[in-house]
Design a protein around this ligand. Structure first.
Ligand SMILES: *Cc1c(COP(=O)(O)O)cnc(C)c1O
Length: 380
């Protein structure tokens, strides 16, 4: 059987070893070190923001941001419903209550109309959120010109979860720079990886300073380890940051590759009763994953296609299962795009994430495409 084709495997560029070697040569295996400082600087320069804090994960970044905005027991936090659990688990770490907001159909990101209704509800019920977490899903920016004014109107800060969207833009500006605080992930399946890691970015120097303090166990300036506040061990290692520096240099090429893969799927799956994810005119995605949705009323289900691909040793998956349908978040309020139109549920029911890794070969992609087409030919 041919080698397994993964959804989004790590893709090393060759630049990474240089920075790892430097860390070994200088014995800066730990703590922190030049690679960490440089990775922060280089990533901030790339996205166009002033300050960055490299961490052990993107989830840690969201946790620190929530803490920075004073989220604590009993507070409310709005969050995109169609996302990975890393977006909202930190709300529970702070013993706060999530409120989920459905997607809109244009980018599958947070629906402005649902957000408006959630704020109206919060005002009436006296449950104003301390923060809103807006996700840039599958590498495409949310519609910030619609969303930010609503949050501003209520004076609630935005945390931009750009974990999947490094390198994507919205009206010429890079994702991660739209919230008061933005976060990125360098988990193994993201567009660049440090084998595990994340970063918080902001133009607010004080915010980053405070989060930096908490991320290193809240150590006061004293030789004997003095602590006035609870802290976390959330920093990235100098080795991992070295991988990140090499990866960042290759990011432009990775985006080109993923866009090519998206274009091929679009071209070669044409004519089948399915749709490729919509791309908004407002931005350039990084094409992290190509997602298709099957048309309603056909015989084939995503499950049948996923298992057919599985037989060819190809990994594919449904979309993120909406958070408010997750047992751990049951009892959580959800605001639909329209009172009777739940976009996230529809996408979860009909969508499939296809292999989209930047190292995927033409032959591998053709196998994915032919397997899908072959399944349709048999069933339809
Ligand atoms: C991957 C991901 C995260 C979490 O990042 P980690 O680095 O794995 O902690 C958060 N939000 C979204 C949308 C993600 O895709």
């Amino acid at each position: 059987m041919q080698e397994r084709i993964f959804l989004s495997p790590p893709h090393m560029s060759g630049n990474e070893m240089k920075y790892i070697q430097e860390a070994f040569d200088t014995n800066w295996i730990a703590p922190l070190g030049t690679n960490v400082d440089k990775f922060e600087e280089e990533l901030c320069a790339y996205v166009g923001i002033d300050h960055g804090l490299a961490l052990s994960s993107g989830t840690a970044g969201i946790h620190l941001a929530l803490k920075y905005f004073g989220v604590g027991p009993g507070d409310y936090v709005f969050c995109s419903d169609l996302t990975f659990s890393g977006s909202c688990n930190p709300i529970l770490y702070q013993y706060a209550h999530p409120v989920f907001i459905d997607s809109e159909p244009e980018t599958w990101n947070m629906s402005p109309t649902a957000l408006e209704r959630a704020f109206e509800w919060a005002r009436k019920e006296n449950k104003m959120p301390k923060a809103v977490i807006i996700v840039d899903l599958y590498g495409q920016s949310a519609d910030y010109d619609q969303l930010l004014p609503i949050c501003e109107q209520y004076g609630v800060p935005v945390i931009e979860d750009a974990a999947e969207a490094l390198g994507a833009t919205y009206k010429g500006k890079k994702c991660g720079t739209f919230g008061h605080v933005g976060i990125f992930s360098f988990n193994g399946n993201k567009i660049i990886t440090t084998s595990g890691g994340g970063m918080v970015v902001s133009n607010d120097e004080e915010a980053i300073k405070k989060m930096r303090f908490w991320s290193t166990q809240s150590r006061e300036a004293a030789i004997h380890y003095e602590h006035k506040e609870v802290g976390y061990n959330y920093r990235i290692s100098n080795i991992s940051a070295g991988i990140g520096r090499g990866q960042l240099q290759a990011l432009g090429g990775f985006i080109d590759n993923r866009k090519y893969i998206f274009d091929q799927y679009k071209e070669k799956l044409k004519g089948l009763p399915l749709r490729i994810m919509p791309i908004s005119v407002h931005g350039q995605p990084n094409y992290w994953l190509t997602v298709i949705t099957l048309e309603e009323g056909i015989k084939l289900t995503p499950g049948a296609i996923i298992s057919q691909l599985g037989q060819e040793n190809i990994e594919s998956r449904p979309l993120w299962k909406p958070m408010h349908l997750q047992p751990v978040f049951s009892e959580t309020p959800i605001f639909y795009h329209k009172e009777t139109e739940y976009i996230g549920m529809y996408l979860f029911k009909y969508g499939i994430c296809l292999p989209s890794g930047s190292s995927m070969t033409q032959a591998q992609q053709d196998l994915v495409i032919n397997t899908i087409s072959g399944k349709f030919a048999k069933v339809e």
